[in-house]
Design a protein around this ligand. Structure first.
Ligand SMILES: *Cc1c(COP(=O)(O)O)cnc(C)c1O
Length: 452
């Protein structure tokens, strides 16, 4: 029998607080592998910290979500939300699976084009589309989702200039029983703005209203809210049909399905409390099937789900830098990654697993990142076995938003690796270097030298 590692005894102050019915332990076994690739080998080859994406998991989530919808509704199309994770390799997995692209800026629009998405399969959302970007989108027959009247009038002018008939939808915001309401994007349903925009578009006769769009929020825990949104869009489509004899080709219900992450302050874990794809699909399809459509004119249902289709496919590997006692006696562990690359730590209690064997002793621990700022906290309170300098950890469910919202503050962004369906690893984004950043800077001649 090998000798057990020594762990020094500790006297621990008890911080009483609420405990949930499952007790405080969360980790029972180390996570030593991701998709059969060892964490140690990943870190030794690609460095620490390191983002890892499982292609298998993306494909599995996509197959789950499409099955949930396609068994309930005849015509369904997914469009990958670029801002949720726009690594080109990730986007192309979704495009291979049949997803169109959903973009919210000119930069993302061009990224989708460069990935080879046909213009007509790019949905262009967002409140800020420049004239050049609108022109490009009109020339490419993209689906332009109008956010406000200023944009509507600009598109009408461009349509005349370019002698094209742009394909548009309007974004509609509405009361779906979730507050605060997301009413800053698009046209409001209840106060008549949305109906007004529809009338203006159809009566100008210069642009083609092909769809209606809503994106009611993100991490929506209520499937029924989507049912309400679908009914309200279907109602607008019905009135458009009655008044103008025009069929709306698609209803786009946006994204926002909750992933399996655990929101801060929630009693149950996300894996137990987030609705399933079937729950969302049932609410949406029921609303659309019961709306006033004839069988021949059932609209295409478009979904722009991002978070729920990528979060679980992403892992962040990292290393313990040091341990400390705080002034109140609590244990704190400093990791080599912080909120700079794990932006979602502000909202979630991310599950964090040690990547090597550990003892049965556990302790309340604060996990800090390495940044020199006080808000750099990865977990405010987590019950973990003690880890030593050099030990490694796996953070789960980090695939959504971290690789797009990450910030370059005092350190450089790390490597991203994709593990393909055969277990082979691919570097899909190289870590940044000082040269990466310096290449963007320019030095005025009079500042180019100094003597100290
Ligand atoms: C962000 C966004 C999405 C994706 O949202 P998720 O919460 O990641 O599913 C879809 N559509 C629009 C318009 C968005 O802004």
């Amino acid at each position: 029998m090998s000798k057990l590692p020594y762990e020094r005894p500790v006297i621990q102050r008890l911080n009483t607080g609420s405990m949930n019915k499952f007790g405080t332990r969360t980790e029972y076994a180390p996570v030593t592998h991701i998709e059969n690739v060892s964490v140690k080998s990943l870190i030794s080859e690609f460095g620490s910290p390191l983002f890892v994406i499982s292609e298998n998991k993306i494909r599995q989530l996509y197959s789950d979500v499409t099955r949930a919808f396609k068994t309930r509704y005849p015509r369904v199309q997914f469009a990958w939300s670029y801002k949720t994770n726009y690594m080109n390799a990730v986007c192309n997995v979704f495009h291979q699976l049949g997803s169109w692209a959903e973009v919210v800026s000119g930069f993302e629009y061009n990224k989708a084009l460069k990935n080879g998405v046909p213009g007509s399969k790019i949905i262009f959302n967002g409140p800020d589309k420049t004239d050049d970007e609108l022109t490009l989108a009109i020339r490419n027959d993209s689906l332009i989702h109008i956010d406000h009247l200023d944009e509507l009038y600009r598109i009408i002018e461009l349509a005349v200039e370019l002698k094209k008939r742009p394909k548009v939808a309007i974004r509609v915001n509405m009361d779906v029983g979730i507050y605060p309401m997301w009413d800053r994007f698009g046209f409001n349903y209840e106060n008549g703005q949305a109906w007004d925009a529809i009338n203006k578009i159809i009566l100008t006769d210069k642009i083609d209203l092909v769809g209606l769009h809503a994106h009611i929020g993100t991490f929506m825990l209520s499937p029924q809210a989507y049912g309400v949104a679908a009914s309200k869009l279907a109602d607008l489509a019905y009135h458009t049909k009655i008044k103008f004899e025009k069929n709306i080709e698609y209803i786009d219900l946006g994204g926002g399905f909750a992933s399996k992450n655990t929101l801060k302050g929630s009693y149950l874990k996300g894996s137990d409390s987030s609705p399933s794809f079937d729950d969302y699909a049932e609410a949406i399809s029921t609303a659309l099937l019961n709306a006033e459509y004839t069988k021949e004119h059932m609209p295409l249902l478009i979904l722009e789900s991002g978070r729920a289709l990528i979060d679980e496919a992403g892992f962040l590997l990292g290393t313990v830098i040091a341990n400390k006692r705080l002034s109140d006696g609590r244990r704190s562990t400093i990791l080599d990654f912080g909120v700079n690359i794990l932006f979602t730590a502000f909202w979630y209690d991310h599950k964090i697993s040690p990547a090597q064997d550990f003892s049965h002793y556990t302790e309340d621990t604060v996990l800090y990142g390495p940044l020199c700022m006080n808000i750099d906290v990865v977990r405010e309170n987590v019950t973990l076995p003690p880890m030593k300098k050099g030990d490694q950890v796996v953070v789960h469910t980090v695939g959504a938003y971290n690789m797009t919202q990450w910030m370059q503050f005092i350190s450089l962004r790390p490597n991203i690796v994709l593990i393909d369906t055969n277990g082979k690893t691919h570097l899909i984004r190289a870590k940044e270097s000082l040269d990466t950043l310096n290449s963007q800077e320019r030095m005025p001649a009079h500042l180019s030298s100094f003597k100290l």
